[in-house]
Design a protein around this ligand. Structure first.
Ligand code: GLV
Length: 328
């Protein structure tokens, strides 16, 4: 006779850019009855009632009131990734569903991208690459110099799990580490030996050679770095953003880069993504932009899926939830 029915999980699709990886499907199917948005849209209420969870990957499926109203037994929305700014947390929790995310899975890969962008910008890797690979190049004439990250001062804004992993990596480069966080992180300071807490962002901005943004996007961090903050930075400083584009006032950043207020910027995130093709940041030589690839590794994706499964099973089985997001 048939065994216990697996809980239904709504997913956007299998494969494609915002879909569950084909290679993860077998593992997921051992725990859940996966229902794609296409199947869901064609289905009747009976199937809606089976859905206990939604897996959100790369911001999809979009969760609005209409979708929530059609899922009477929804218990949990499991976001793959740490940032949840694309979810209406209050709305979801008003339907009695919990929200989870995957902070552990993403921290190494995102910290790696932070270091990669910092090094690439400091050593002008992208410009160098174009010269070395251009069909026009006859000999290597490079009329600029990079700067070294070794022994430079790195200011990290946001000392969560990603900020901490960045700091650990920066230690290996003998960098002097400053950090700002809403709350001082004494435990991290002890483990990092020598990392200095800056109570004010201003102090960090004034002293840093590299400023790395690693905060969540909230109403408090929206355009946290604007004209005033950029003007506090050294003219030789480089800004690296690996969290969310809207943490920076991009118009002010474009102006600052054009007018020599800061030296360069390296961004894995922009607002919107991608930027309109005529955006001023795309015209500047002292900017590197990557297409939000902080978590785009084989390992991170596998761990994100595993962490989402653990969170979801914990909610469904009334067990302690490893990573629950507070809707407030
Ligand atoms: O952007 C990536 C994440 O939020 O994990």
């Amino acid at each position: 006779m048939g065994g216990k029915e697996l809980p239904g999980v709504l997913i956007f699709e299998i494969g494609g850019a915002a879909g569950i990886l084909e290679s993860h499907v077998e593992f997921l199917k051992t725990h859940f009855n996966l229902i794609t948005m296409k199947e869901f849209q064609k289905s009747k209420e009976e199937l809606h009632e089976k859905i206990k969870s939604i897996f959100v990957f790369d911001g999809r499926p979009l969760i609005d009131r209409q979708l929530l109203e059609s899922l009477p037994n929804l218990k949990v929305v499991g976001n793959s990734g740490v940032g949840v700014n694309h979810l209406d947390l209050k709305l979801i929790s008003s339907f009695g569903a919990k929200i989870t995310n995957t902070p552990h899975a993403v921290s190494d890969s995102t910290a790696d991208i932070g270091m990669a962008l910092m090094l690439a910008s400091a050593r002008r890797l992208v410009e160098g690459c174009h010269i070395a690979m251009s069909p026009q190049t006859k000999h290597f004439a490079v009329d600029w110099l990079g700067v070294e990250v070794t022994r430079a001062t790195l200011g990290i804004i946001g000392m969560g799990s990603i900020g901490y992993k960045v700091a650990k990596r920066a230690k290996a480069f003998d960098m002097n580490i400053l950090y700002h966080n809403r709350n001082r992180r004494k435990e991290e300071e002890e483990r990092l030996v020598g990392a200095t807490y800056c109570k004010s962002i201003e102090e960090l901005l004034q002293q840093s050679d590299f400023v790395m943004l690693v905060v969540s996007l909230t109403s408090e961090t929206y355009k946290l770095i604007g004209k005033r903050e950029l003007e506090l930075m050294k003219p030789t400083a480089i800004l690296i953003n690996i969290c969310r584009g809207a943490v920076v006032d991009q118009d002010a950043l474009g102006e600052a880069l054009q007018n020599g207020i800061i030296k360069a910027a390296a961004l894995d995130v922009t607002d919107p993504e991608p930027l309109p093709r005529d955006h001023q940041l795309l015209q500047l030589k002292n900017v590197i932009i990557t297409p939000h690839i902080g978590t785009a590794t084989v390992q991170a994706l596998r761990m994100m899926t595993e962490e989402t499964v653990e969170n979801t099973l914990a909610v469904l089985n009334d067990l302690p939830i490893p990573s629950e997001v507070n809707p407030n």
